[in-house]
Design a protein around this ligand. Structure first.
Ligand code: PEP
Length: 253
């Protein structure tokens, strides 16, 4: 089945307002005419509107890096899905390993975030991945199975099409170590199979599965040439317009 490749940039806690604007403008300018690949930029919360305005009128979408699963109320410091939509977001990243490990998010909170964001109308980039110790113990599939099962529990079937899964082996994020194309392909096949079991065969075939973990211009083409690697979630290399655009172009050789 032909799935549209999807490359998203996770800017994490980097950029100033000026740098965010320049980066979004640079990506927009260098990608002019590129329409075969879905592209999203995920800046820090304070720059969402600015980035949305900068890419307005282009096919580039905007995503947030987190969401809080409540409608409104006394939740100091938190931001809900309606606010993200209002700020111009189409996507939100949920379950990133940095939030799982540094902030301590568990599968239950992640599941509430996924359901809240989908219900509001956002598309969710749902991140899963194993640590090096888990891989070394041959537990990769069990860990991913758990993350998929609990993280996506209760997602209504009519919202599944707004889910994207990002396979991000924790040992490859920000480390310069990348899964080989064969390793990524093997895991993506497993994810698609498990997703099909959880939802339906059609949903599994349609699912866009990004690979994330030290994707760079020089490894992107090989990774994304694998039949089940449908794009990339890019951290470090998304902070420079040239390298991010090179990765987008590698998705569409
Ligand atoms: C990420 O933050 O999702 C990521 C994959 O980071 P990096 O590309 O820097 O490894």
């Amino acid at each position: 089945m032909a799935r549209t490749k999807f490359v998203a940039g996770n800017w994490k806690m980097y950029t100033t307002s000026a740098a965010a604007k320049a980066l979004a403008a640079g990506v927009r300018e260098k990608l002019a005419g590129e329409s075969q690949v879905t592209v999203a930029l995920c800046p820090p919360f304070p720059w969402l509107t600015l980035v949305a305005e900068t890419v307005k009128g282009s096919p580039i979408a905007v995503g947030a890096q987190d969401v809080f699963p409540e409608e409104q109320g006394a939740f100091t410091g938190e931001v809900n899905a309606e606010m993200l939509l209002d700020a111009g977001c189409r996507y939100v990243i949920v379950g990133h390993s940095e939030r799982r490990t540094v902030i301590g998010e568990n599968d239950d909170l992640i599941n509430r975030k996924v359901r809240h964001a989908l219900k509001a109308g956002l598309s969710v980039i749902f991140c899963i991945g194993e640590t090096l110790a888990e891989r070394d113990k041959n537990n990769t599939e069990a860990v991913l199975d758990n993350q998929l099962t609990w993280g996506l529990k209760g997602v209504p079937s009519d919202q599944v099409e707004r889910l994207v899964v990002a396979y991000e082996p924790v040992w490859a994020i920000g480390t310069g170590r990348t899964a080989t194309a064969a390793q990524a392909q093997q895991v993506h096949v497993f994810i698609r199979w498990r997703f099909s079991q959880l939802f339906s065969n059609a949903a599994g075939q349609a699912l866009v599965i990004q690979y994330g973990g030290s994707v760079k211009p020089d490894n992107a083409a090989e990774l994304m040439s694998q039949p089940d690697v449908d794009g990339a979630l890019v951290g470090g290399a998304s902070l420079k317009a040239d390298s991010f655009v090179a990765i987008v172009k590698a998705a569409n050789p």
